[in-house]
Ligand binder design. Structure first.
Ligand SMILES: CC(C)(COP(=O)(O)OP(=O)(O)OC[C@H]1O[C@@H](n2cnc3c(N)ncnc32)[C@H](O)[C@@H]1OP(=O)(O)O)[C@@H](O)C(=O)NCCC(=O)NCCS
Length: 335
């Protein structure tokens, strides 16, 4: 019986640090408001003119993950790329990374599940490995949010939260069930699709409209978020899907060695921590430094936790996410 195992992790964040105090200079906000409501102190933004993009950052994280996994790029059987901020409308970032890594041919798949993108991608990778179809999958989550945020007071409830960055994981086939992904659990509820969304530009609001409507003037061209509804649903769904994963594997919350939530908001992560009675040692958060990096947040946090020695062989690691769609999911792993 085949299982998948994470063999290597990588991350990349742009050098440009944008603090809450920097934001105070360009919109009506305050360090106190942002820290109190979200826990965020700073985030990274691509600087105009530097060579970064969603695909480029994803490729940098992927190279580090491949190197650490000691896997040659030509052994990659499948690339899965999760993002809500692709470089192009089409094709997806997966094929761009394939070209950047100089992989001649292999399937490349883009996943569009926003904050749950990495969990959805992990589940896709895991299924392909479990069926025996592929041996090695390169999974990437990457976002360039800063290029599309409303950095004025009008957009402050969204723009202060999000940051840029990328994370990656190399998954490989193993027959060792004791060091593998144990299960993944996915959900979505489309009735809330517009509650956290970017509806334009799109095939409904095409290029002529953009030119005529002066996009900077029109809030439809920036992400919309019903923050309180997102918060209320997130705390319920996070709890449900973590329990679903634990019960599937006959585990209890006290068996968890490390929990990493999608870094949406420190208050949400703290609520979950309290609910499951986890100590600070059992939970890893880094939203304080990077903000919410959507599909990249879990692989960045997991990579950082691993770099700090917080993930050890045999540990039960729980990942969970909630976000736009609404979509949510969890993954239970034994490291
Ligand atoms: C976004 C969020 C922090 C906003 O907190 P909130 O308590 O719900 O705040 P509200 O939107 O009700 O706004 C409260 C007030 O703060 C103001 N405000 C909003 N953003 C602000 C900012 N960046 N700086 C200062 N004031 C701000 C609002 O205008 C409002 O002012 P008013 O009372 O005068 O009308 C919170 O809703 C949240 O964390 N939601 C979940 C978001 C999330 O996790 N998203 C990612 C999902 S993957």
């Amino acid at each position: 019986m085949y299982h998948s195992q994470i063999k290597g992790l990588g991350k990349y964040v742009p050098e440009n640090v944008v603090t809450n105090h920097d934001l105070e200079k360009i919109m009506e906000t305050s360090n106190d408001w942002i820290v109190e409501r979200t826990g965020i102190q700073e985030r990274r933004h691509i600087e105009p003119g530097d060579d970064n993009s969603t695909a480029v950052m994803g490729c940098k994280a992927a190279k580090q993950a491949l190197e650490r996994a000691k896997v040659d790029k030509d052994d990659v059987d499948l690339i899965v790329f999760a993002t809500l901020s692709p470089d192009y409308y089409f094709p997806g970032c997966g094929v761009q990374v394939q070209e950047m890594l100089d992989i001649d041919t292999c399937p490349a798949l883009d996943v569009r599940n926003q904050c749950s993108g990495f969990i959805y991608g992990l589940s896709v990778a895991d299924q392909f490995i479990k069926t025996g179809m592929y041996k090695t999958v390169l999974l990437i989550g990457s976002e360039n949010h800063s290029g599309g945020l409303d950095m004025t007071t009008r957009g402050r409830n969204v723009s202060v939260i999000f940051g840029d960055g990328a994370g990656a994981a190399v998954l490989q086939r193993t027959e060792d069930h004791d060091h593998a992904v144990l299960s993944t659990h996915l959900h979505s509820q489309g009735k809330f699709a517009k509650e956290l969304s970017l509806v334009s530009p799109s095939t409904e609001h095409w290029v002529d409209d953009i030119i005529e409507e002066a996009p900077q003037e029109n809030p439809d061209y920036y992400p919309y978020m019903n923050g309180q509804l997102v918060f209320k649903n997130a705390v319920v769904r996070f709890s449900e899907v973590i329990m679903e994963g634990l019960q599937t594997n006959q585990l209890s919350p006290k068996d968890v060695d490390l929990f990493i939530a999608h870094q949406a908001n420190l208050r949400i992560a703290q609520f979950i921590q309290k609910k499951f009675n986890w100590s600070d040692d059992q939970v890893y958060n880094n939203i304080q430094k990077y903000g919410n990096t959507t599909a990249a947040s879990i692989p960045i946090a997991l990579t950082e936790a691993w770099e700090k020695g917080k993930v050890k062989s045999g540990d039960h690691v729980v990942l969970s996410a909630f976000g736009s769609g609404f979509t949510w999911g969890s993954a239970i792993m034994k490291w």
